[in-house]
Design a protein around this ligand. Structure first.
Ligand code: NAD
Ligand code: UDP
Length: 326
């Protein structure tokens, strides 16, 4: 019998999940990462593989899971619009059936369970900034609905298990988060722009670039998730987690070009359907209840992420030249 707590992280080989696993191991816990490797990979957790307190299970959360753990972080779900729209039916199943399976596991074990929800539950918001009591403006029919409605239904399930089965639940509404270990082909704006800038390729702005987002560095986000899980049982959320400084996508492109020192030019592409025009969290609740506020300035986070992609791309080039030489 292990003496330390064992924590289950679904989606633990993805971008945020891998940082969360690393942090939980640093805190001395046993960690079980469950992942089907749709958008995650073992390379994200390669540095953790030698740790005897770390374990990976290849498993799809749309199927029941039988493990013995003390806490559950449910992060499994592709988060990039490109990836979640690739197989929209599977995206909805992952959010909805995955939530039912993880809630069922938590109910059997009587352990707390945290849901990685999203600012997408607010859709294309008509209220700004977004507070937790805003009910959102979401299309049930559009290409983002598989993700948005899946995540909304997951929140509903969490609250029904809370009321019906007295389960300890925690819901984090995560706003745009970035950092090392996003994939080079992730498709989200920060990784796209950095990879394009490093390659001196065109920076692809969708629409006129006037839409806004608020970007949070991954270390801060992980701090928020851990603080939420550690909060008293009556703190259920939903709680917004994100950075409050808002910028346009055009401003982000210009900032990344400057940080990279890139020769890239900006090109404008069609705006995807239902792309939210503005997004900024109100984080007063997280500040008050969790004592949490993001600490990493945007420029520092971007510099760390640029350094990560520089290394990743140069490793890719080295591997290509090795193959070419063989
Ligand atoms: P990601 O795509 O890098 O990670 C998702 C992980 O879940 C991957 O490892 C993937 O392989 C795994 N996965 C997907 N479907 C699965 C399934 N059916 N069974 C098991 N594993 C599965 O995305 P991320 O940015 O790390 O996001 C993690 C979580 O946080 C997601 O639930 C996402 O909705 C939420 N979130 C992220 C952001 C953000 O800006 N990064 C914003 C809001 C919400
Ligand atoms: N975007 C862009 N160029 C890209 C990728 C994204 O202009 O190469 C825009 C996208 O249309 C959206 C914003 O950047 O307005 C954030 O997109 P992302 O996919 O990162 O996340 P979202 O917040 O839309 O889920």
């Amino acid at each position: 019998m292990p003496t330390e707590e064992t924590v289950l992280v679904t989606g633990g080989c993805g971008f945020i999940g891998s940082h969360l696993c690393e942090r939980l191991l640093d805190d001395g816990l046993n960690v079980v990462s469950v992942d089907n490797f749709f958008t995650g990979s073992k390379s994200n957790v390669v540095d953790l593989l030698g740790n005897r307190r770390f374990e990976i299970l290849r498993h799809d959360v749309t199927f029941p899971l039988y493990v013995e753990v003390d806490r559950i972080y449910n992060l499994a779900c592709p988060a990039s619009p490109v990836h979640y729209q690739h197989d929209p039916v599977q995206t909805t199943k992952t959010s909805v059936v995955g939530a039912i399976n993880m809630l069922g596991l938590a109910k059997r074990l009587r352990v707390p369970v945290l849901q990685a929800s999203t600012s997408e539950v607010y859709g294309d918001p008509t209220v700004h900034p977004q507070k937790e009591d805003y009910r959102g403006n979401v299309s049930t029919l559009g290409p983002r609905a598989c993700y948005d409605e899946g995540k909304r239904c997951a929140e509903t399930l969490f609250f029904d298990y809370y009321r019906q089965h007295n389960l300890e639940i925690k819901i984090a509404r995560i706003f745009n988060t970035f950092g090392p270990r996003m994939q080079t082909n992730d498709g989200r704006v920060v990784s796209n722009f950095i990879v394009q800038a490093l390659r001196d390729d065109e920076i692809t702005i969708y629409g006129d670039g006037s839409q806004t987002r608020s970007f949070c560095y991954v270390d801060d986000l992980v701090d928020g998730l851990i603080a939420l899980m550690a909060s008293p049982a009556d703190v259920t959320g939903p709680i917004n987690l994100g950075r409050t400084s808002e910028m346009t996508v055009l401003e982000l492109a210009e900032k990344i070009i400057e940080i990279v020192g890139s020769r890239s030019r900006i090109s404008f592409r069609p705006l995807p359907t239902d792309d939210p025009k503005m997004r900024r969290p109100d984080i007063a609740l997280a500040e008050r209840v969790l004592g949490w506020t993001p600490k990493v300035p945007l420029d520092i986070g971007l510099e760390r992420t640029v350094a990560y992609f520089e290394e990743t791309l140069s490793m890719g080039r080295t591997a290509m030249s090795r193959v070419a030489a063989e």
